[in-house]
Design a protein around this ligand. Structure first.
Ligand SMILES: Cc1ncc(COP(=O)(O)O)c(C=O)c1O
Length: 501
């Protein structure tokens, strides 16, 4: 009997051909910079993109970023549920969040009154809007008084985040920076107020310096500036860049006056995606009063579903228009879920982890901690011997264990200082802090060992020939280059060398 087994040819596009790793789409080069001619299966497309993403570092081990990397699964679910909703079609949730934040920052909003503010994609956009509002208000005042209005400036510390430089360049405002000094890594309010002139649209103070986490003294700035305003008749206001400190100070330092309790503070920005505890893509700017936001920056539109064209349907003053709304919903979830109590607990835990980290780093005897205990939960430190190269080497050494820790030089006047910074987020608890510290110790040992390793030797055989140019005495040609093996010893027991490799 003859048994015939028919093997069907596997056709392109058939179920079998689409088996993910057997598919030619996973084997063939992927079109990167132009649209491929043909479609591919959804499994293959998923696998290709998924596999490339494997190369990204683990966000939770990225200690460089302030941005939230963990949320509760219930919130992840809500985010997915809202993934197809456009921010431009929402007004209720952003509005709720603006009101909650404004009250948290002690804005003078009466019961039943609506606060003035807006959701943005982050503090950078928020700062563009706040800065523009200050510029317009200053220009309008100057025009009304018949005075020149073409040379606006803004006073900040040299420690400002790059978004302030962007604002200055994009909106043609001179950035006057107060230089930092040895031991003082934030804006000195006395020097800032000295720099203020009649063209100053505002002084920007930072609640939680990006470089060291330290809070600037907004109360002192307010008092000094109020005195100068009185003396000169100017009306210079304050903006607080509370990108990271805005969700720390109200919970951990409720007595600290940095917000709308101070009369000259006219606007505040905060990143929802930092200690607001939401994934990347949300920020907020709040104005003290409606008068602080010039009317000409507000657009009224009526084409997003309003059935009566004359009815003002939607009010916008963001730069962006369409955007995802998941982060706004996630922000509202966090406010609802955590309340004041929950936020306070999270921030207290972060401070505890920062303390564990600070103490562990100090114990190595190698570092000077330059961040303060009060401020944003982060630890900024330098090598005691001040050598910048060591900081970059440690950063690279930690990368091999999976951690991302930035090393950076300080701004102008302090460029000789190289700082390492670990941002402590909600999901960086004590066990991770302890693992991190053990990796710091191991990386330091590796660096010390490498520093002791003998310099590699090379044996060169050269041939001297006649000079080829008038300037040469003789020409040299390398005939052979050989690495000379060196006996490298590794100290296994302190004071003794036993192993050889
Ligand atoms: C003080 C400060 N301002 C502004 C920003 C920009 O914030 P965002 O990333 O939300 O645009 C940062 C970011 O780290 C910051 O630290």
């Amino acid at each position: 009997m003859v048994l015939t087994h028919v093997v069907e040819a596997v056709e392109e596009g058939s179920e079998a051909a689409a088996a993910v790793f057997a598919s030619r789409y996973v084997q063939d080069p992927v079109p990167r910079y132009e649209l491929g001619e043909r479609s591919i299966s959804k499994d293959a497309a998923y696998q290709i993109v998924h596999d490339e993403l494997l190369l990204d570092s683990s966000p939770r081990l990225n200690l460089a970023s302030f941005v939230t990397t963990w949320m509760e699964p219930e919130c992840d679910r809500l985010i997915l549920e809202a993934i197809n909703k456009n921010y431009a079609d929402m007004d209720e949730y952003p509005n709720r969040c603006v009101n909650i934040i404004a009250r948290l920052f002690n804005a003078p909003v009466g019961a039943g009154e609506k606060a003035v503010g807006v959701g943005t994609v982050g503090s950078s956009e928020a700062i563009m809007l706040a800065g523009l509002a200050f510029k317009r208000r200053w220009q309008n005042r100057r025009k009304a008084a018949g005075k020149p209005h073409d040379k606006p400036n803004i006073v900040t510390g040299a420690n400002v985040q790059v978004c302030w430089e962007k604002f200055a360049r994009y909106f043609e405002v001179e950035l006057k920076e107060v230089k930092l000094t040895e031991g003082c890594y934030v804006m000195d309010p006395v020097k800032a107020v000295e720099m203020v002139d009649e063209n100053t649209i505002c002084v920007a103070a930072i609640l939680g310096s990006t470089l060291t986490g330290e809070f600037e003294d907004v109360k002192r700035l307010n008092d000094l500036l109020a005195a100068k305003n009185k003396r000169t008749g100017w009306d210079t206001p304050i903006h607080v860049d509370a990108a990271s400190g805005g969700f720390i100070a109200p919970f951990l330092y409720p007595e600290l006056e940095w917000d709308f309790r101070l009369p000259l503070v006219k606007s505040i920005n905060v990143s929802g995606h930092k200690y607001g505890l939401v994934y990347a893509g949300v920020g907020w700017v709040i104005w003290r009063n409606k008068e602080d936001l010039p009317e000409e920056l507000i657009f009224h539109i009526n084409y997003l579903g309003a059935d009566q064209p004359t009815v003002v349907h939607f009010v916008i003053w963001q730069v962006h228009f369409c955007a995802g709304s998941s982060q706004i919903i996630a922000q509202y979830y966090q406010f609802l879920r955590l309340g004041f109590e929950g936020y306070k607990n999270v921030m207290k835990n972060c401070m505890e982890s920062a303390r564990t980290l600070r103490e562990g780093l100090e114990k190595t005897g190698r570092f000077t901690i330059i961040s303060k205990e009060e401020g944003v939960p982060l630890v900024a430190f330098t090598f005691k011997d001040g050598a910048g190269a060591l900081a970059f080497r440690l950063s690279a050494g930690l990368r091999r264990y999976g951690w991302i820790v930035p090393a950076y030089t300080m701004p102008v006047a302090l460029e000789h200082m190289t700082v390492l910074r670990v941002v402590v987020r909600e999901d960086f608890g004590r066990p991770l802090a302890e693992r991190f510290l053990s990796h710091v110790r191991m990386a330091l040992d590796e660096m010390d060992l490498a520093a002791k390793a003998p310099v590699p030797k090379v044996k060169l055989t050269i041939e001297l020939g006649p000079a080829r140019t008038a300037g040469e005495e003789a020409s040299v040609r390398v005939v052979k280059s050989e690495a000379v093996p060196v006996r490298k010893s590794v100290p296994l027991v302190a004071g003794k060398t036993k192993g050889v490799c």
